[in-house]
Design a protein around this ligand. Structure first.
Ligand code: ADP
Ligand code: MG
Length: 470
């Protein structure tokens, strides 16, 4: 076969495999010879040799055949970038092809994944640093996050890959990053030999763009395809960024093919990420998709207690009054980061005043945070939700009717208004058609009572609360 023939074959391959595959995998091949049914090419790295032989040898052979250059197999030799290893060792200059630089054959017939070329990978891994505080030990488990936690634990144990990828999603500050770091810490302890890489999708893009600019795509690909566990945080970031998506997709597939664990997080489910290619969405859905639900009261309280314990260790002697943590868990929204910030400020304040922090001081000290959290749920919203839930008119919620089918939902709305907003009883009364604050208090008490007696009411309350806080 002549170089011309190879040129024709290449242009056919471009049509068959597409522009991206072509420039990544076909273009770098250099034709050397076709002899006795073996077509020999030189490739830049052994990783590539393996990849091409596993994924493209059939199409290449097919197109060779169509151009009267029939071969039964490919022989891909790595253009040796490091002749030192062989030459300097003083080995007899035996049976090496007389081309410079000396090609080194790799076992392309083998179907095992490529052993990475040591030299090129000695550099640092492409990951971001891990936060030492984000461990499984410091992660508080509750109903809203128990599945995500269990899945993360499972992946952190290492062992055979059972779901790939693990896809964690949920709103801001619900613990996605914490869980990913925890997995990485755990793997590093249990299997220090694994190459675990954690980074944000943004950093992935940054690296990719940098590699393009510096013409180091081969290194980039090789680096990312050589890791054992890849974690990409906030993957929604690459939506709409076409070439980054494309590259991510290839990296993803390459690792899945090698049975390497991948862990992805996003702020929403794969199917709901706008401007993300369909094929990527469907790949992301192939493994285990779990969501972190908005925190509930118990989880928030648990987290506050655990953080408060840590603070007390740091600042022995600091005290906060009984009921303060409960109050914060009740009043501060879902976002655990905000919750932590509030507690931190409270302890800083305590260390200034040097005595126990009272409930009043808490309200003072955190007024802005409390107000910001309140904005989330309004009395009006509660009334709307509750009337939808019980299928009554919104106007009846504030109207005078006293039949139980209306009065009960109204009391539930009062109860939720008292617990989910910072409105005072008179303020709530005004929003319920100008009722007196004692009426509101009565309604709240009634529901508090019923909650313990009537399962249906307890369930409804929980459901409504979740819906309102989501
Ligand atoms: P996300 O990545 O989902 O936005 P993070 O993982 O960054 O959220 O969590 C925000 C903060 O809240 C971190 O400081 C984290 O340690 C803390 N946090 C979240 N969930 C929990 C939890 N269940 N237990 C303890 N800390 C938590
Ligand atoms: Mg995060």
């Amino acid at each position: 076969m002549t170089n011309d023939t190879w040129g024709r074959v290449k242009s056919e391959l471009l049509d068959t495999v597409g522009r991206n595959n072509f420039s990544n995998w076909i273009e770098p091949l250099e034709f050397i010879e076709l002899k006795q049914g073996v077509a020999t090419f030189s490739v830049p790295t052994s990783f590539m040799a393996n990849w091409v032989s596993r994924n493209f040898s059939d199409v290449i052979l097919h197109h060779l055949h169509m151009n009267d250059a029939t071969a039964s197999r490919l022989n891909l030799v790595v253009a040796n970038q490091r002749p030192a290893a062989q030459a300097v060792a003083g080995a007899a200059p035996q049976a090496q092809a007389p081309v410079a630089p000396a090609p080194r054959a790799v076992g392309v017939a083998a179907s095992e994944p490529a052993k990475p070329v040591a030299g090129a990978l000695d550099g640092e891994l492409p990951g971001a640093p891990l936060d030492a505080r984000f461990t499984f030990d410091s992660f508080v488990v509750g109903k809203p996050n128990e599945l995500a936690h269990a899945a993360a634990r499972r992946v952190g144990e290492g062992g055979p890959v059972t779901f790939n990828p693990l896809f964690l999603y949920g709103g801001v500050g619900l613990g996605k990053t914490h869980l990913m770091h925890a997995i990485a810490h755990e793997l590093k302890i249990r299997s220090p030999e694994l190459r675990v890489v954690y980074l944000s999708a943004e950093q992935f893009m940054y690296r990719f763009v940098q590699a393009l600019r510096d013409r180091q795509m081969m290194d980039f690909k090789q680096l990312f395809r050589s890791v054992d566990v890849l974690m990409v945080d906030d993957v929604q970031f690459i939506a709409g960024k076409d070439s980054t998506q494309e590259e991510f997709f290839h990296t993803f597939n390459a690792l899945v093919d090698q049975n390497k664990q991948i862990i992805i997080s996003a702020d929403r489910a794969p199917g709901e990420i706008k401007d993300l290619e369909e094929r990527i969405k469907s790949r992301l859905q192939c493994g285990l998709v779990v969501d972190l639900h908005p925190t509930d009261y118990e989880l928030r309280l648990g987290i506050l207690q655990s953080k408060a314990d840590t603070f007390r260790l740091q600042y022995p002697g600091l005290q906060i009054a009984d009921g303060v943590l409960e109050f914060l868990a009740q009043r501060i929204s879902n976002n655990v980061r905000v919750l932590e910030g509030a507690l931190q400020r409270l302890f800083a304040f305590a260390s200034l005043v040097g005595r126990e922090i009272t409930m009043e001081q808490t309200q003072d000290c955190l007024a802005d945070i409390l107000r910001a959290s309140d904005r989330k749920v309004t009395v009006e919203e509660i009334q709307r939700r509750v009337s939808e839930h019980y299928n009554i008119r919104l106007s009846d919620m504030i109207g005078p009717k006293r039949v139980r089918s209306i009065a009960r939902p109204r009391q539930i709305a009062m109860y939720l208004s008292k617990h989910l907003t910072s409105r005072s009883l008179p303020e709530i009364g005004r929003r319920f058609g100008g009722r007196d604050h004692t009426t509101i208090m009565h309604g709240v008490k009634k529901i508090e009572e019923l909650k313990g007696l009537d399962n249906q009411i307890a369930e409804d309350l929980e459901m409504l609360r979740r819906a309102l806080e989501a």
